[in-house]
Design a protein around this ligand. Structure first.
Ligand SMILES: C[S@@+](CC[C@H](N)C(=O)[O-])C[C@H]1O[C@@H](n2cnc3c(N)ncnc32)[C@H](O)[C@@H]1O
Length: 268
């Protein structure tokens, strides 16, 4: 992958961002991801994707990114997250005699139980074969794929998703593919959401496009043709078929105010 990050495929993207608890996820209602099948488009190094799979009780989470180097880092991130997780333990009943397998459930597993230094000193903890029972538990519930999701898509798409995330990626799709490409992207998200499915979008502001356009002459050219603005997205997504729209809140990570918007597909 080229050094010029024309897809927003920055290396070290999370160096100056919260390491463990992403503030965008904190804006969501409790149990938002519980037992859901989730797609994280433009997952970068898989930080947010790992957090959803490990700490939010999702049944299956797929992270997709166009950059194979980032996906390799994301697989490593999965192993690190597993290595730092609180071990499962058996516990005794109050009578102190009998015991049964842990009642710790996957929704409350501590992701930062061991210090990071443990993995550096002893290497990552091996991930065992998955059994039919633990397929919806971290780390078996998490997978990563390399693909240009806008143009190609991935195998998992055919089963559909309960939740699709597009955090800080709409600008890159817009500048690479133009107004029509962005519209096709939104249509595709709608298509692969199951009835009642949710689309979480963190759109970048129009002011942020200027700097990105300087990265590449094609992007500059495409950028000069754009008629659609991020403020138009709610109307555009309504036309595509989304039934409801809500601004969940804003964060201040990554420079400036960043909104997180929730769109819901109707049940029919
Ligand atoms: C700025 S980063 C955002 C990372 C992450 N979503 C977050 O907000 O923490 C944008 C990511 O989208 C990826 N990306 C851009 N266009 C893509 C496409 N067409 N298909 C898949 N990934 C893409 C980039 O490689 C990059 O990792």
């Amino acid at each position: 992958m080229q050094d010029n990050p024309t897809y927003g495929n920055y290396k070290g993207y999370y160096a100056n961002r919260p390491f463990v608890n992403d503030p965008r996820l904190a804006l969501l209602p409790p149990n938002f991801f519980r037992e859901a099948v989730v797609l994280d488009i433009g997952c970068n190094e898989g930080r947010v994707t790992c957090q959803i799979a490990q700490q939010h009780g999702a049944n299956h989470v797929v992270g997709v990114d166009i950059d194979p180097d980032l996906i390799r880092t994301a697989w490593r991130r999965r192993r690190t997250a597993w290595s730092l997780q609180e071990p499962e333990s058996d516990f005794y009943h109050n009578d102190g005699r009998s015991f049964e397998p842990s009642q710790r459930n996957k929704h409350t597993a501590k992701g930062q139980y061991f210090p990071q230094a443990m993995e550096h000193m002893f290497g990552p903890v091996a991930i065992g074969e998955s059994t039919p029972e633990d397929q919806t538990e971290f780390p078996h519930n998490l997978t990563f794929r390399t693909a240009d999701w806008v143009k190609d898509g991935i195998l998992d798409d055919e089963h559909g998703y309960d939740i699709i995330l597009a955090f800080s990626i709409s600008k890159w799709i817009h500048l690479n593919e133009g107004d029509e490409g962005l519209k096709q992207f939104f249509k595709k998200v709608f298509k692969f959401l199951r009835p009642g499915g949710k689309f979480l979008l963190e759109p970048q502001a129009w002011e942020n496009y200027r700097k990105a356009k300087r990265l590449d002459s094609t992007m500059k050219e495409v950028g000069s043709t754009l008629q659609i603005r991020p403020d138009d997205f709610p109307e555009m997504l309504k036309e595509i078929g989304f039934a409801t729209y809500e601004r969940l809140g804003t964060t201040r990570e990554g420079g400036g105010e960043r909104p997180v918007d929730l769109y819901t597909k109707g049940l029919t």
